[in-house]
Ligand binder design. Structure first.
Ligand SMILES: *Cc1c(COP(=O)(O)O)cnc(C)c1O
Length: 304
């Protein structure tokens, strides 16, 4: 097994000092190339639970380029579970080999069921789950994006004692599981800033289900139009950042996060002498799938 928790250290970033802040990035992306960052954290206790309850199959949901699908497929392969992915979009059924994430997940042994967007919306409905149980026998259900109580517990392990020295902790937000874990272990002198990768105001409600503290805030200005939406400015930023600091960012989550943090530093959002920790939650497997779409849109590509 190759989990590089040791590597998940604070890597200091030389960011221009004229802003009087210190910027650090925590490289959770280095934990594993496919069960990366927060997906490892979110699966850890769920896999333990599935094993304890003697399930041999994991079933989960995701979109065509999902980091979560790639992570569950790899985890199943490494830890000896069969995996089933319920994928949004019937049209993808005969395009598996054109899609890097699905091709990869299939090679890890994942079995797919492609469903229409409307049945996908019903995925948490009891009836839909019963139909799936009839089709696939019994399985341990990992929710979309992997977020549940056990996932939040895993994300509480992202921060360590040393991280108490930070004034701000910043992370990307999809379903809210990761930020919930960070909030739960933060101290009241710290502020947790979440950068949603999608539009919509349901996220605060989701997060509130898992946390009791209120030292957090969502910064909603950097979703670039919605989930997996990108533009040239974002792609250029990701490529420049990689060139300058040798740190790759993904276009769906961490690129938008870092773009936002740097804009806010430039706008003097942070108090003088603040120590800021950005969590690199991974997601790099999604770059090649995004590049395929960027070719169609005639946008520049992300350097791999
Ligand atoms: C899934 C994912 C997120 C979102 O995490 P949530 O716990 O769903 O908010 C953030 N960053 C990356 C790279 C991800 O893959």
């Amino acid at each position: 097994m190759s989990f590089d928790l040791e590597l998940s250290v604070n890597q200091k970033n030389e960011f221009p000092n004229e802003y009087d802040v210190e910027l650090f990035i925590k490289r959770e992306d280095k934990i594993h190339p496919f069960i990366s960052g927060n997906k490892y954290r979110k699966l850890k206790y769920n896999l333990e639970e599935a094993r304890k309850l003697e399930y041999d199959t994991l079933l989960t949901f995701g979109g065509a380029y999902s980091n979560h699908i790639a992570a569950v497929a790899t985890a199943g392969n490494e830890f000896g579970f069969k995996t089933i992915g319920i994928i949004r979009g019937e049209e993808l059924a005969d395009k598996i080999n054109e899609n890097p994430t699905l091709r990869f997940a299939k090679a890890q042994g994942m079995q797919f069921k492609f469903v229409s967007r409307s049945s996908y919306r019903d995925k948490e409905n009891e009836r839909f789950l019963e139909v799936l149980k009839e089709e696939f026998n019994d399985f341990y259900l990992v929710p979309e994006g992997g977020t549940n109580l056990l996932a939040v517990k895993g994300c509480e392990e992202i921060l360590n004692e040393e991280d108490l020295a930070f004034d701000y902790i910043c992370c990307a937000v999809g379903t809210g599981g990761t930020i919930s874990g960070l909030i739960n272990v933060s101290k009241s002198h710290q502020k947790i800033l979440g950068f949603p990768a999608l539009k919509g105001d349901f996220l605060s409600t989701n997060i509130s289900k898992f946390v009791t503290k209120n030292n957090w805030e969502l910064i909603t200005d950097y979703h670039f139009g919605g989930y997996a939406k990108v533009n040239k400015e974002l792609i250029d930023f990701i490529n420049q950042f990689n060139q300058e600091y040798n740190i790759p960012l993904d276009p769906v989550y961490t690129g938008k996060l870092m773009f936002g943090v740097i804009k806010m530093i430039e706008a003097n959002y942070f108090k003088k002498n603040s120590k800021i920790l950005v969590i690199h939650t991974g997601g790099l497997q999604g770059i090649s799938g995004m590049n395929k779409r960027l070719i169609d849109k005639e946008l520049p590509l992300i350097n791999e």
